[in-house]
Design a protein around this ligand. Structure first.
Ligand code: URA
Length: 234
């Protein structure tokens, strides 16, 4: 592999910044300055940047995060912080994507990966992976809410009724709602269609995966192999 690609794959540098770092003498291969950024390296070579040894990660990466309020699930936003900004110490974050999205104002379980097939399985309408949200409402819930949500409701600007959703009342203003699809702002719009308003929204579960209670808002950890497999086959 070319050295500039190796550097781009193991650090936050783009290929052109990697070339610059080589020219600046910040990169050593087996203790020596390489002739150019196009020099060939492989796993047997020790490559350092500013004295730090770089290692090529093999295979895909999978993380679970407890998304905090105010962060957005995209790679570019000029006004809001990104969930990717929270991935302290994770290199090559530009290759990562979120598995579906949570609104800026929604907290909770967010999966992040660079494995497109795995995330497709989790988000594809074909697989109907359930997602459970805890919602805090502005008004007491209507008595017929369970029935309406179970039948499917028509959202504003969308003639197709929602798929049957399961509602569990915790109190009259706190509920757990499980949905099996992922439309834009779906949970907020479902409660709006019932004449209510979601004040706070938190995702607790996706497929077979429950939000890890050890993760505080803004924290993340790698998924275990068992969790990755269970989500892939759920
Ligand atoms: N439904 C919403 O309204 N917002 C989310 O972030 C997820 C589901």
């Amino acid at each position: 592999m070319r050295l500039d690609k190796f550097l781009a794959d193991t650090t936050d540098l783009t290929r052109s910044l990697a070339t610059k770092a080589v020219k600046q003498g910040r990169v050593l291969v087996n203790g020596e300055k390489p002739k150019s950024a196009s020099a060939k390296v492989d796993e047997s070579d020790e490559v350092t940047l500013d004295g730090e040894v770089l290692t090529l990660e093999s295979g895909f990466r999978y993380f679970i995060m407890n998304k905090p309020l105010g962060h957005v699930c995209t790679h570019r936003d000029s006004t809001h912080p990104l969930v990717f900004d929270l991935l302290d110490g994770v290199v090559n974050r530009m290759d990562l994507h979120t598995v579906g999205r949570l609104d800026m104002d929604t907290t909770g379980l967010l999966l992040i990966t660079d494995d497109g097939q795995w995330s497709h399985h989790l988000t594809s309408p074909k697989h109907h992976q359930p997602k459970t949200y805890r919602a805090w409402l502005a008004e007491d819930l209507r008595t017929d809410a369970e029935e309406k949500l179970a039948k499917g409701i028509v959202l504003e600007d969308d003639p197709e009724p929602t798929k049957p959703a399961q509602l569990e009342r915790v109190t009259e203003r706190e509920v757990l709602l499980t949905i099996h699809e992922g439309r834009y702002h779906q949970v907020r719009r479902m409660f709006a269609a019932l004449g209510n308003h979601v004040e706070k929204l938190h995702r607790e579960k996706m497929g077979c995966m429950q939000l890890d209670p050890a993760l505080k808002e803004g924290e993340f950890r790698p998924l275990t192999d068992d969790e990755i497999d269970a989500l892939a086959h759920g």
